[in-house]
Design a protein around this ligand. Structure first.
Ligand code: ZN
Length: 263
């Protein structure tokens, strides 16, 4: 592997990818805060939601500023939600994983961008039960575009994955509606799975859906058993789609191979 060839460069590359991921995570926090409120994600500069004061550059460093400030705004002392450093750390980790699994390739860059989109979709869905069209369509568009460069799918595979992702979820929602008379999921989930299919192709999309249903059912049952959820209450399915898609992205081929060897 490349660590034997040039360990210093490999470590530098991994650290570089992680730091870019941390900074992307900081931007994802801005997107997750502003997009559901209909605000611009490019300007103005970040302000404290507590006092409205402009946050200085030195207080806007990923994770580091949260720790140095003790989790409070320097100006008014309002506490900063722990979600902020958590999203930054998760983003840093996803970019590091993209580097470690795919290296400095088109695959690696596509993986980093895709997993960043999945992260911000999960954060917004968890907070608002919403998967904004802007983000799901961006995922779909970038998935179709990167299929020309990545090695795990092809442009026809990407288009097939997107169409199948939308179709299978529409069928599930329709079937559920006929059975129960309620809509189990929103169209945001349909668009999101289409985007996942565009990035990963048909097999990655199917593995994502399988994992998302599995995790959703396990978490739902655990919450029901603990009395923290009642029958008929909703779970943000986009969160489970995100987790399934990240696993599918980084470990999909190995998971499928392990499963095939069992049969
Ligand atoms: Zn403040």
């Amino acid at each position: 592997m490349m660590i034997g060839e040039a360990p210093a460069m490999a470590i530098f590359g991994a650290a570089y990818a992680a730091v870019i991921g941390l900074c992307v995570g900081s931007f994802l926090n801005v997107v997750a805060h502003r997009l559901p409120r209909g605000e611009s994600v490019v300007g103005p500069r970040s302000r404290c939601p507590g006092c409205g004061g402009r946050i200085a550059g030195r207080d806007n460093l990923p994770i580091l500023s949260f720790v140095l400030l003790g989790g409070h705004c320097r100006m008014c002392g309002a506490s900063i939600p722990r979600r902020y450093p958590a999203v930054e750390a998760a983003s840093g980790l996803l970019w590091l994983m993209s580097w470690l699994v795919f290296g400095p390739t088109v695959d690696g860059l596509a993986a980093a961008i895709f997993s960043s989109l999945l992260l911000v979709l999960a954060v917004i869905d968890a907070a608002h039960f919403l998967l904004p069209d802007g983000l799901t369509y961006l995922t779909l568009g970038l998935g179709l575009a990167t299929s020309f460069g990545v090695t795990w799918t092809t442009p026809p595979g990407s288009a097939l994955g997107a169409a199948a992702g939308a179709a299978v979820l529409l069928l599930l929602i329709g079937g559920w509606y006929l059975l129960r008379g309620v809509r189990g999921m929103g169209l945001g989930d349909v668009k999101m799975l289409a985007g996942v299919g565009a990035f990963l192709g048909l097999h990655g999309m199917l593995l994502t859906l399988f994992l998302a249903c599995l995790f959703g059912a396990l978490v739902g049952l655990a919450l029901l058993a603990g009395g923290r959820l009642s029958w008929g209450s909703r779970l943000p399915f986009g969160v489970f789609l995100s987790i399934g898609a990240v696993i599918s992205l980084f470990f999909g081929p190995r998971l499928v191979a392990a499963y095939a060897s069992l049969l």
